[in-house]
Design a protein around this ligand. Structure first.
Ligand code: HH2
Length: 299
């Protein structure tokens, strides 16, 4: 079968490119033309790769602008680290960190702003400020009220798989078939979100690379990503600088760009729609190249 740009050859990535645009308030994100790049903005003192760098609101806003110039399609703002072993922070502290930059970003940027939080009270405030998406690393597992807050706002919702909490999640996670178990869990969370009123076209799924997974689980998930397309939701992948890359390459966090690039290319080849990354400039180039190969005609 011949394929035009934006379409997969038969059998290689079922329906990956035929999803409707992602609905997130002010925006309708086209997921068919090219991979969307979500730039990470951690407003935390302790994130695993960039903790403390953007605590100053002006610096955070400036860095968001830089990521947009480099080609980011969305900005994901986080106020609580979810690295393995991290302790939770209060609603007040999370808001104290993220509100000043979020207020400015919503006004100044013309791309969707996402907030990485699992707390309904944090989500309610930032949605009140106009953010477009909530990125919930617990897939409604920590605060089920989050779904109705997102639904009422008509915002987008990322449902990410993890087990336990960031403090406990790496205590020997076990799976018989990691892909099937993560996929079944995400399917159940989609049903829950939709039952609570989140629009079906506002939901994104994420297998949660590095969350309650050993290195081999992350590699298997990345190898078998096409098996998530049966969920019929946009697929987000966040391998950026994570320790499974350090494990394969024996490299520290500041030297994981190439490993991240390989993981991103593999994910795009299998139909990932959004990649969440720190190194926007480099990964935009990787994504454009991978998109071009993926979308090349048959002959
Ligand atoms: N990874 C991190 C945080 N949020 N959200 C989604 N949807 N997917 C991910 O893979 C993901 C995520 C961890 O990365 P980072 O934000 O850089 O680190 P920290 O949690 O230490 O702030």
């Amino acid at each position: 079968m011949s394929s035009s740009p934006g379409h997969w050859p038969e059998g290689s990535a079922p329906s990956a490119n035929r999803l409707p645009p992602l609905r997130c308030r002010r925006f309708c994100l086209d997921l068919t033309a090219r991979t969307q790049i979500m730039g990470v903005l951690n407003v935390t003192p302790d994130s695993f790769s960039d903790g403390g760098w953007y605590l100053d609101p002006d610096r955070a806003v400036e860095y968001a602008h830089q990521m947009i110039e480099e080609g980011a399609d969305l900005i994901d703002v986080g106020g609580e680290s979810t690295r393995p072993g991290a302790e939770p922070v209060s609603v007040e502290e999370e808001l104290r960190r993220i509100l000043p930059p979020v207020k400015q970003l919503v006004k100044k940027l013309s791309v969707p702003i996402s907030v990485d939080t699992y707390k309904a009270d944090v989500a309610a405030v930032v949605l009140g400020e106009g953010v477009d998406l909530i990125n919930d690393v617990s897939a409604l597992g920590f605060d089920p009220r989050l779904a109705s807050v997102v639904a009422e706002a008509g915002a987008g919702l990322v449902l990410m798989h993890m087990r336990g909490t960031p403090r406990t999640m790496q205590e020997d996670p076990r799976y018989i078939d990691v892909v099937a178990e993560v996929r079944d869990y995400l399917r159940e969370r989609i049903l829950l979100a939709e039952a609570r009123g989140v629009h079906p076209e506002a939901i994104v799924v994420d297998p949660g690379i590095g969350f309650a997974k050993h290195a081999k689980h992350n590699l298997v998930l990345l190898k078998r990503l096409t098996e998530f397309h049966v969920l019929k939701k946009p697929l987000l992948i966040g391998p950026s600088r994570k320790s499974f890359i350090g494990g394969v390459l024996d490299l520290p966090v500041e030297e994981r760009l190439e490993g991240t690039a390989a993981a991103v290319a593999a994910a795009i080849w299998q139909g990932a729609h959004i990649v969440r990354v720190h190194d926007v400039r480099a990964i935009v180039r990787v994504a454009r190249m991978a998109d071009a190969i993926r979308n090349a005609p048959e002959a």
